[in-house]
Design a protein around this ligand. Structure first.
Ligand code: PLP
Length: 389
C-alpha cells in the first residue's frame, strides 16, 4: 500500500496498472480500477467455476456489504441504499415515484447528463408538466449567476428539482445546500445525480438532504461498469420499483419457502434493487473499490486533485482561456474553452499521439485527474497545449 502523509494523500499510482507512459486525465469518462479491485473481480469469476459450496447467504452478504460501505461514504442508513445498474435506472426509479400534476414544473439544469433528462422529458409530456431547463447564463465564469438563476427557477409550482452536483461537462459546482433548501421550501422532490462527484469530493446526505441520490460506480468510485448506487429518503419509502424481484421481498433468505409468495418488500430502499442484485463478480469489485475510497477519504482525494489542477488552471486563465472560477468549480474537473479557430480534431489527435487522455466536450477540453495521476501527467498535457497553440 502506498503511504499517505498524515494530512495529505500521496500519489496512489503504484496501486494501479495504467499503461506505462499513458497520461490518463479522464476519470470523468471512465475510472480505472486498481489492482485489488481487479483481483476481487477475478476471484468472483473463479468462484463460479465450481459453485461448491455456494451458501444461500452469499446472495445477501455482498449486497449488505455494498450498502454498508456506501452509507459510510455518503451518510444515512445502509437500508436506504439501493443497488442498481446505471444512473438512468436509479433516476428513472425515483422519477417514476414522484407525484406530478398538470401545470407543475420540473427544474433541471442546461446540458446536464441525458440520464437525468430523458426521463423528465417523458414524464413532463405524460403529465402535462413544464420541464424548465436553467441554461448557463453565459460563457464561464458564470457559475455564481447560474446558481442564482437556478434558485429563481424553483417556484411554488415546482414538483421536482433534478440536478447534478458537479456539472459533467466542465466541473461547475452546484450549490446543493441552497437548491435543496429552496426545493424543501416549495415541497419539491430533490433528486441528485452525483455520478461526477461522489468519491471525488465529500457528500453528506444529512447535510444536503436529497430525497434521492444516484452515483455510478465506474467513474469516481473506480469500480466496475454496470454498477450504480442510490440513496432513497423517506419520500420514496412506499414507492413502486421498476422490477418486481423476488430477492427484495421479506423472507427471501429462505429459498425453500420462496413459493410462499410474500408481496411485502424488505424495509428501506431494497425494493429498488435491480434483479439478480447479488452479482458475484461486480459486487466484490465494488466493495473493494468503496473500501479504497473510504481509506483514501474523499476530502483528501479532493485536495489531491485540486492541487494537481490548480497551477494549470491559473496558467490557462492567464492566457485568456475561459473557465469557471475556482469557487464555482469542483477541484477534480477542469473544463476550459479552447481559443477560437483551434482545430479540435487535430488537437485530439495530438493528445493521443502524446499518450495524453482527456475529453473534448463541445468547444471545451475536460481534464479530470485522480489519485493515480502525478504532476508529470499535467506537464504532458501542458506540453501538448503549448506546442499546439
Ligand atoms: C453526470 C453523469 N451521470 C450519469 C452518467 C452515466 O449514466 P448511465 O449510468 O445512465 O449510463 C454519466 C456518464 O458520463 C454522467 O456524466
Amino acid at each position: 500500500m502506498t503511504t499517505a502523509t498524515q494530512t495529505g494523500l500521496a500519489s496512489q499510482k503504484a496501486e494501479f496498472q495504467l499503461d506505462p507512459g499513458a497520461h490518463y486525465l479522464n476519470c470523468a469518462y471512465l475510472g480505472p480500477i486498481c489492482r485489488s479491485v481487479e483481483a476481487a473481480g477475478i476471484a468472483g469469476v473463479r468462484q463460479k467455476r465450481s459453485p461448491t459450496p455456494f451458501p444461500t447467504e452469499a446472495f445477501f452478504t455482498g449486497c449488505d456489504e455494498v450498502r454498508d460501505r456506501f452509507s459510510a461514504l455518503v451518510g444515512g442508513a445502509p437500508e436506504r441504499v439501493a443497488i442498481v445498474p446505471s444512473a438512468s435506472y436509479g433516476l428513472t426509479t425515483a422519477a417514476r415515484n414522484v407525484r406530478l400534476e398538470a401545470g407543475q414544473r420540473i427544474v433541471i439544469l442546461g446540458e446536464q447528463f441525458p440520464s437525468n433528462v430523458y426521463i423528465w422529458r417523458r414524464l413532463a409530456a405524460e403529465h402535462d408538466c413544464d420541464l424548465h431547463s436553467v441554461e448557463r447564463p453565459g460563457p464561464p465564469p458564470s457559475g455564481a449567476l447560474w446558481n442564482e438563476r437556478l434558485l429563481e427557477a424553483i417556484t411554488p409550482h415546482t414538483a421536482v428539482v433534478a440536478l447534478p452536483h458537479t456539472h459533467w461537462t466542465d466541473g461547475t459546482r452546484i450549490d446543493l445546500e441552497a437548491a435543496g433548501a429552496r426545493a424543501r421550501e416549495v415541497g419539491a422532490a430533490f433528486i441528485i445525480d452525483a455520478s461526477q462527484s461522489v468519491g471525488a469530493i465529500p457528500f453528506d446526505v444529512e447535510t444536503l438532504r436529497p430525497d434521492a441520490l444516484i452515483a455510478v460506480g465506474y467513474k469516481w468510485l473506480m469500480g466496475p461498469y454496470s454498477t450504480c448506487l442510490g440513496y432513497f429518503g423517506e419520500r420514496f419509502d412506499d414507492g413502486v420499483p421498476l422490477e418486481e424481484t423476488w430477492i427484495s421481498r421479506q423472507g427471501s433468505e429462505d429459498f425453500q419457502a420462496l413459493v410462499d409468495y410474500n408481496d411485502a418488500y424488505r424495509p428501506g430502499a431494497a425494493r429498488y434493487d435491480v434483479g439478480e442484485t447479488s452479482n458475484f463478480i461486480l459486487l466484490p469489485m465494488l466493495i473493494e473499490a468503496l473500501d479504497r475510497i473510504l481509506e483514501w477519504q474523499p476530502s483528501r482525494i479532493r485536495d489531491y486533485n485540486t492541487s494537481l489542477l490548480c497551477g494549470l488552471a491559473q496558467e490557462l486563465r492567464d492566457r485568456g482561456w475561459a473557465m469557471e472560477d475556482d469557487d464555482w468549480r469542483s477541484g477534480h474537473i477542469l473544463g476550459v474553452r479552447l481559443p477560437d479557430g483551434w482545430d479540435l480534431k487535430s488537437l485530439q489527435a495530438r493528445l493521443v499521439e502524446s499518450d495524453v487522455y482527456a475529453s473534448l466536450r463541445g468547444d471545451a477540453l475536460r481534464v479530470s485527474p485522480n489519485v493515480y495521476n502525478e504532476p508529470e501527467d499535467i506537464d504532458a498535457l501542458r506540453g501538448v497545449l503549448e506546442a499546439f497553440g
